[in-house]
Ligand binder design. Structure first.
Ligand code: ADP
Ligand code: MG
Length: 396
């Protein structure tokens, strides 16, 4: 009996004549929320032009007889607007080495397949535990370079996470993929207007009116609504708080969560079931006082009666110390693992020593703090991050 995967490949080859004429489907490589992705050979060289400008001299694909492509088969249940938007972003964002270029798109009846150059990469789960400190730097530099490019063009990716950033530790290249949730930054004048109408009763004045009085009973105001697209655990505070005027800074927060995950050798780092749980996780780190301040920025009150939460704010290095220490005590990593390079220069209050590694880590933790800044207007932009001392040796 054929495996489901083989059946799918057969179906893609046989039903889809345009595909079988141009590509030889090899295997299934990904299963996302909106698509299945297959590795294939480009039999007619349609991808040559695109791949030639894109691939690096180290790429293994360049030595293959047929160039490799990734066929992204969009689920037919996706809305035409969503598919059109993904294609448009891919098309408009070509020209950056850190963004996946589009080779082709084919349609048969209601099925759309996007053709992308195959991007050799490793699975995040296979390297986040032992990527050396310098590798973490390169990963972040590549990711922030991709974000700088799209943010310059007024595009928010909205789903920055390891699965959507294909990094190859061997070639030290990283490519941002999956523009299925991307959107254009709204015109600031436009969102003043939307703010007034979407946020309904939850305006800043309501916040001050209700201060000290707790929640209004029988609140019949419409629920606050905003774009919450993205992945649990990577959502910025303003997304969790359903702020209607979200900016490119939401991608920077997600990049910060990845840096935290790489330094703490923990994935996923945040593991909540819903947005309220996610806010609780953030409150455990930042403390109630700072979360109230952040909510107030978006015209919201922030109340909690959870006894475990208090005003204490912990530094991110303190959090990383605790996370790594748990692994050390559980003997998850070998004694000499690079995972402990970070732990070895930290003490339990999160302070970093003055050893050579310690000095490097101080810079890394400073950058992390600027990426995971609760206030989006103070949070670093991608360009500010790239100019940070952490990336000094990359000479930007
Ligand atoms: P979805 O919108 O369904 O999440 P993605 O575009 O994120 O789809 O692709 C899903 C997965 O397929 C990715 O996480 C990655 O593992 C793999 N993939 C996608 N594009 C490529 C590519 N160009 N080269 C290699 N693998 C890819
Ligand atoms: Mg994806």
């Amino acid at each position: 009996a054929l495996r489901i995967e083989d059946e799918e490949i057969m179906e893609l080859q046989n039903k889809f004549h345009v595909i079988s004429r141009r590509y030889k489907v090899l295997e299934k490589i990904g299963e996302g929320t909106f698509s299945s992705v297959y590795k294939a050979e480009d039999l007619v060289g349609i991808s040559n032009k695109v791949i030639k400008i894109h691939r690096s001299k180290h790429d293994i694909t360049s030595r293959k007889k047929f160039p490799l492509v990734a066929l992204k088969k969009i689920y037919v249940t996706s809305s035409p607007q969503r598919i059109y938007s993904e294609l448009k972003f891919l098309y408009n964002l070509s020209g950056c080495r850190n963004i996946i270029p589009i080779v082709d798109a084919v349609r048969f009846e209601d099925q759309i397949v996007i053709v992308l150059p195959y991007c050799e990469h490793a699975d995040y789960r296979d390297y986040y535990r032992d990527l050396p400190f310098n590798g973490i730097k390169i990963y972040m530099y590549e990711l922030l370079s991709a974000l700088s490019f799209i943010h310059d063009r007024g595009v928010i990716h909205r789903d920055v996470k390891p699965n959507n950033f294909l990094f190859n530790p061997a070639t030290r290249r990283g490519v941002l993929v999956d523009f299925g949730l991307a959107e254009k930054v709204r015109d600031p004048h436009e969102h003043k207007y939307t703010c007034a109408c979407i946020s309904g009763g939850l305006s800043l004045s309501d916040y001050t009116d209700n201060e000290g009085k707790g929640y209004p009973k029988d609140d019949d105001r419409p629920a606050r609504r905003a774009n919450r697209a993205g992945t649990r655990g990577f959502r910025a505070p303003e997304v969790l708080l359903k702020c209607p005027n979200q900016t490119t800074k939401i991608d920077i927060w997600s990049a910060g969560v990845i840096l935290l995950s790489l330094l703490a050798r923990r994935f996923p780092f945040f593991d909540s079931n819903d947005d309220v749980d996610a806010l609780v996780e953030l409150t455990t780190i930042f403390g109630v006082h700072l979360m109230k301040h952040c909510a107030a920025l978006h015209g919201l009150g922030f109340e909690t009666n959870l006894p475990t939460l208090n005003d204490n704010s912990r530094s991110l290095s303190e959090i990383v110390f605790y996370a790594l220490n748990i692994e050390k005590e559980a003997n998850t990593f070998p004694e000499d693992s690079v995972a402990f390079d970070t732990l070895n220069c930290l003490s339990d209050d999160g302070s970093v020593d003055d050893s050579e590694m310690g000095v490097k880590h101080k810079v890394g933790f400073h950058l992390l703090k600027c990426l995971m800044e609760l206030n989006y207007s103070k949070r670093y932009s991608a360009d500010e991050a790239l100019s940070h001392k952490f990336f000094e040796e990359f000479g930007r």
